[in-house]
Design a protein around this ligand. Structure first.
Ligand SMILES: Nc1ncnc2c1ncn2[C@@H]1O[C@H](COP(=O)(O)OP(=O)(O)OP(=O)(O)O)[C@@H](O)[C@H]1O
Ligand SMILES: [Mg+2]
Length: 476
């Protein structure tokens, strides 16, 4: 998607030159000569800039005033200020307002280009997070943690309760695949922070130096290779939730730095003198026993106590095999929809196999097994050959299992839901995501007689996004 850059510059020659320059590089460009024109442009919701390149002093006000005025509506847009020689930017105020960077005029083109590129990347990341929040918020209610066993009901209740309270940190423990990621989404999207970002980082995935700069961000030149400013994930999660997966793998010195941020609620990017205020909630997940890690010196006790305001353990699937009664139908329904299959029956033998298995990979493994089985199914019956064999069974012995049909699998209730079920996509790689998206919008438009409002309502998105896709895919 072409990004839009708004240039706010009262000097016509420079304004037009910048506009031409960035248009030649392939960006959409807009130019405003003063605050009034800029306000008019910014009030247009259809054409929102990702980057604003603004002069600091303008004939009818200052760029900083403009930033302060509009930042509530433009949280996915970055501001870069160009200041005249001898002008002293009010950098404390600018930082507080979240400006991306300052450059002094006249500036070297290469330097400006680099700042523009990093600012656009930053805006794109922010936009992705915000779009994800809107979409994800609808999907993750406490009930999306499926299971009716006693332990699962306790977990759901706990998730519901925790969503209502303003805790600062929480630890989630549980084996792999027990739903730590899912629980995090439920906690975030049902809390009063739901509209703010949920930012995730897997501490096991990055080497120490990268982990540090990803978390804390850096200034240009903070270390070799740090070409321009980068907002770290802690900063990106401001007002929202930072999910630190595999926290047990975080090196000890970074643990100390993280603790300091939590205690002071202040952050310093690598290579910066300035402190930024941050307000984050941390959800930390681990498959390790952190108390043991504290005892053997791999985890700082002070950070452990700071994080473990609440601790929630997610039970393994073998502790709650009765949850299969709800999980299996729900997952089969999901994969029926995705793969255009119609599996509605699970034979007593298949149930027995499912309930006798120990599920070391927990719900993730169950999902994989059912996905494979549904995709390869040839009838209404769930095939058995892909289910786990009798070689890894739980000893507890489930002699009798109830033969159940999976009526819940598909029960379309409304016309809109019916049209959703009519969509079938090949999953052999012959159709890309964009084609699928275009097909969804096309079908929905046909179903709703071209009523864009209605399509947007059913797909839980905005009219603008549907219109954009109609144009993008030439659907009219
Ligand atoms: N109770 C549940 N109900 C429905 N889906 C679940 C449940 N628990 C887990 N899942 C699903 O199983 C998959 C694995 O869960 P998730 O990724 O949250 O596990 P995890 O504990 O984070 O695993 P890991 O430690 O390996 O990262 C996800 O697709 C998740 O949505
Ligand atoms: Mg996970």
């Amino acid at each position: 998607m072409t990004e839009t850059i708004l240039i706010i510059e009262d000097e016509p020659l420079l304004g037009q030159e910048l506009q031409r320059y960035y248009a030649d590089l392939g960006y959409e460009t807009l130019w405003a000569a003063d605050c009034r024109q800029a306000r008019t442009i910014l009030s247009d919701q259809e054409n929102r800039p990702a980057l604003i390149l603004s002069d600091l002093s303008l004939p009818d006000g200052t760029g900083l005033d403009l930033l302060e005025e509009t930042r509530g509506n433009l949280s996915d847009c970055e501001w870069v200020f160009l200041t005249g020689y001898g002008e002293v930017p009010d950098s404390v105020r600018a930082l507080r307002l979240g400006a991306f960077d300052f450059l002094t005029k006249p500036c070297v083109q290469e330097q400006l280009d680099m700042v523009v590129r990093s600012a656009l990347r930053s805006a794109q990341a922010q936009r992705r997070i915000l779009t994800d929040s809107v979409n994800a918020g609808r999907r993750y209610s406490p009930e999306s943690f499926i299971g009716n066993s006693k332990v699962s009901r306790q977990t759901t209740n706990m998730l519901r309760q925790l969503s209502q309270v303003p805790y600062s940190a929480l630890i989630l423990t549980g084996e792999t695949g027990t739903g730590k990621g899912l629980a995090t989404r439920i906690l975030h999207y049902n809390s009063d922070r739901a509209k703010e970002p949920l930012v995730e980082l897997n501490c096991a995935a990055l080497p120490k130096d990268l982990l540090e700069s990803e978390l804390f961000g850096h200034e240009a030149g903070a270390f070799t290779g740090a070409k321009s400013r980068h907002r770290g994930l802690i900063e990106q999660a401001h007002k929202g939730t930072l999910f630190l997966d595999e926290i047990g793998e975080m090196p000890l010195d970074l643990q100390a730095k993280l603790l300091k941020v939590l205690e002071d609620r202040k952050l310093r990017r690598l290579g910066s003198e300035q402190e930024l205020s941050v307000d984050i909630r941390i959800i930390a997940a681990t498959h390790r026993n952190l108390q043991d890690e504290v005892k053997n010196g791999h985890f700082r006790s002070d950070l452990y106590y700071r994080l473990s305001v609440f601790e929630l353990r997610l039970p393994s699937l073998r502790e709650r095999l009765e949850d299969l009664d709800d999980l299996v139908p729900a997952l089969i329904a999901e994969f029926n929809c995705l793969a255009g299959k119609k599996v509605t029956q699970v034979s007593p033998r298949a149930w027995q196999r499912l309930k006798r298995y120990a599920w070391p990979g927990n719900v993730r493994e169950l999902r994989n097994v059912l996905e494979r089985s549904v995709i390869l199914s040839l009838s209404h019956q769930l095939p058995e050959q892909w289910l786990p064999g009798a070689d890894a069974v739980v000893e507890s012995g489930f002699a009798e299992t109830n033969p159940r049909t999976v009526e819940q699998v598909e029960a379309p209730q409304t016309a809109a839901e019916q049209s959703k079920l009519d969509l079938q996509f090949p999953i052999d790689g012959s159709m890309g995501l964009e084609e699928m998206e275009s097909e969804i919008v096309r079908k929905m438009l046909a179903t709703c007689n071209g009523n864009v409002m209605e399509v947007a309502r059913i797909l839980k998105t905005t009219r603008e996004k549907i219109r954009y896709r109609i144009e993008k895919y030439h659907l009219r």
